[in-house]
Design a protein around this ligand. Structure first.
Ligand code: FAD
Length: 564
């Protein structure tokens, strides 16, 4: 809605009473009016975010029964898995984005969109406060608020710098389309600077040292893209400095791609070693300046500094401030991400749902946290906890990560409860930490099913829109669909994530894939599978054609190295 218009939107509150809603400055007045039966049932749904979760929710939502308002600082959807390809010009930025208004148009314009960011969620009064993203005097930094009957939070997450000094000022990130465009320009800058006259060989070498912090899928894919770009295109354009280029991947863990199957991780390491990409594992970056990156080798405790031309920081994500603030309001301040139940409802808050990265647990962090909680509970360092201490640990874990409950209490509960008994079935006095870790490793492997990925976000969006579409039917039959009669508790099946596999492009027209059923596929054929899956997953025929034509253009003419 235009922020200044005095538009009256007719709607109902969740109680069903009729009200007129004054859109201009947030207020909900209590004037009763006559409206037709269909409008009477319309609920105001406010969706925050136009990423994977938000767009997938909107695509299937029945707009005839909902009044939908979308708020996002981005007026487009970005196909994030192809962002690394944008950094080197393999595909163009515009080929991987779809304007939100194109998506809305397909829904007959019944969805309203506002380019603004939500800065506060007031769940007690069912309102959100937003600020427009424009900074000219006409619209200024105008703030406005909106009421809702249902709020869907799908704002994703932001880059996590772990408060490392100098990262914000001196590193590139790879999270948004603008980040990828910036990296593309900076890579060319490094080459242009390296061939300027009057530089020593050492200075040229430093300009051409590309450092990637983080050996996860994004960091590895970027390193592979950059290597291909250099070898296939740039060495021909900058022949005098071709031997001075160096790419380094810094990883704090023992292996890169450690969330993938071991075979993929070791294949990637071997391939990188053959390609001359240096992988430094067991290193934690402690600061970054405009000239060098300083890190600590975990094993020896040594600190060393390496000069760089460009650093890309890709170490994971953290909760956005607006979500953190909201978590504080609803008593989830101690948690890392918004806790939802299995129906994606935010715990402790009526009519608010959360999807995607803002509500998905980061498995690695959870496991690290759990290990820390356990270590802290083992005060005498005996390697064992009393049963009471053990139960407190479990309570603490569940308090922080309620999503884990499903795994602890379902088929893996036996692994954990078995620890409380000896082989004869008698209660133990103490619980062995190693045994607990073993049980957790089962939970860990199960939690692989809940990564913060586009796949999870999209499936959650689709699931929630189905729930919304069936809400009326469920309200008419409060006992729930026939299959739930008897238990009569739930109206919908809980959300279950279906893992369809994941890819890791490794450069040189080779990719690795972890497919359902623990299948692993590596090599050139997997790269072709990657091309077909990513082409098919595009949100529109327009972007599909653009992406495929970019790939074709790259095969025929190579990548464009102009700095525009
Ligand atoms: P996002 O897609 O990030 O969307 C968040 C939306 O919220 C955006 O529209 C944003 O503008 C909006 N927003 C932000 N703040 C506010 C606010 N205050 N108010 C309103 N709106 C707001 N996943 C895979 O499954 N496979 C891959 O190959 C893959 N590759 C990736 C490569 C890269 C480089 C990156 C960065 C991510 C990749 N991911 C991949 C992860 C995937 O992109 C995320 O898991 C996914 O985007 C999460 O979806 P989301 O809807 O939660 O968040």
């Amino acid at each position: 809605y235009p922020a200044c218009s005095k538009l009256l939107v007719l709607c109902t509150l969740s109680s069903g009473s009729l009200v007129a809603y004054s859109e201009s400055q947030t207020d909900v007045s209590n004037t009763s009016v006559k409206i037709d039966e269909k409008d009477c049932k319309k609920r105001r749904v406010v969706v925050l975010g136009t990423g994977w979760a938000g767009i997938s929710f909107l695509k299937d939502l029945d707009v005839s029964t909902h009044d939908v308002q979308v708020i996002s600082p981005r007026n487009y959807f970005a196909f994030t898995p192809l962002l690394p390809s944008v950094t080197c010009g393999t595909v163009e930025a515009r080929s991987i984005v779809e304007p939100v208004r194109n998506i809305i148009k397909k829904r007959n314009g019944e969805i309203q969109f506002c380019e603004a960011e939500c800065i506060k969620i007031d769940a007690a009064n069912k309102k959100i406060l937003c600020r427009s993203t424009f900074d000219n005097n006409l619209v200024g930094n105008e703030e406005f608020s909106l009421g809702y009957d249902y709020l869907v939070i799908a704002v994703g997450a932001q880059v996590n710098t772990f408060n490392t000094p100098g990262v914000v000022e001196n590193c590139h990130f790879l999270k948004e389309v603008e980040d990828a465009q910036k990296i593309r320009r900076s890579v060319i800058d490094c080459f242009e600077k390296a061939v300027l006259p009057g530089l020593s060989e050492e200075e040229r070498r430093i300009n051409l040292h590309f450092v990637i912090v983080g050996g996860g899928p994004t960091g590895v894919e970027f390193a592979a893209e950059l290597h291909d770009y250099v070898q296939e295109d740039l060495v021909n354009l900058y022949p005098t400095v071709k031997d001075l280029v160096k790419i380094t991947v810094i990883q704090s863990g023992d292996h890169i791609l450690n969330m993938f199957d071991e075979r993929i991780s070791s294949f990637a390491e071997q391939k990188f070693s053959r390609d001359g990409i240096e992988v430094q594992t067991g290193c934690r970056v402690i600061s970054v300046s405009d000239k060098e990156i300083t890190m600590k080798l975990k094993s020896k405790g040594e600190v060393c500094s390496v000069p760089h031309g460009l650093v890309v920081w890709s170490t994971g994500v953290e909760t956005r401030p607006v979500v953190k603030d909201f978590m504080g309001q609803i008593g989830q301040g101690r948690r890392r991400v918004l806790a939802t139940d299995e129906w994606l409802r935010v715990k402790g808050c009526a009519d608010v749902y959360a999807l995607g990265d803002c509500a998905t647990i980061n498995q690695r962090k959870v496991m690290e946290d759990i290990a820390t909680i356990f270590k802290a509970a083992d005060k005498d360092n005996s390697g064992a906890l009393t049963v009471k201490e053990f139960q407190d640990v479990i309570d603490d874990i569940l308090e922080r990560y309620p999503q884990v409950e499903h795994y602890l209490k379902s088929k893996h509960l036996s692994d954990v409860t078995d620890l409380l008994k000896d082989p004869e079935g008698n209660a133990r006095d103490e619980v062995d930490i190693e045994g607990f870790k073993l049980a957790l490793s089962h939970v860990d492997s199960q939690m692989k099913n809940l990564p913060a990925t586009a796949q999870v976000a999209a499936q959650q969006g689709a699931y929630l829109s189905k729930c919304f579409n069936r809400r009326q039917q469920c309200e008419d039959n409060p006992e729930g669909p026939r299959r739930f009669k008897g238990s009569g508790r739930h109206q919908f099946h809980p959300f279950r994530y279906k893992h369809l596999g994941q890819f890791a492009p490794l450069g040189g027209e080779q990719a690795a894939a972890e497919l359902p059923g623990d299948w692993v596929s590596i090599g050139h054929s997997t790269q072709w599978l990657w091309y077909s899956v990513y082409a098919s997953k595009q949100v529109s025929w327009r972007t599909r054609l653009l992406v495929v034509s970019d790939w074709t253009r790259r095969f025929i003419f190579g990548r464009d190295s102009s700095r525009i």
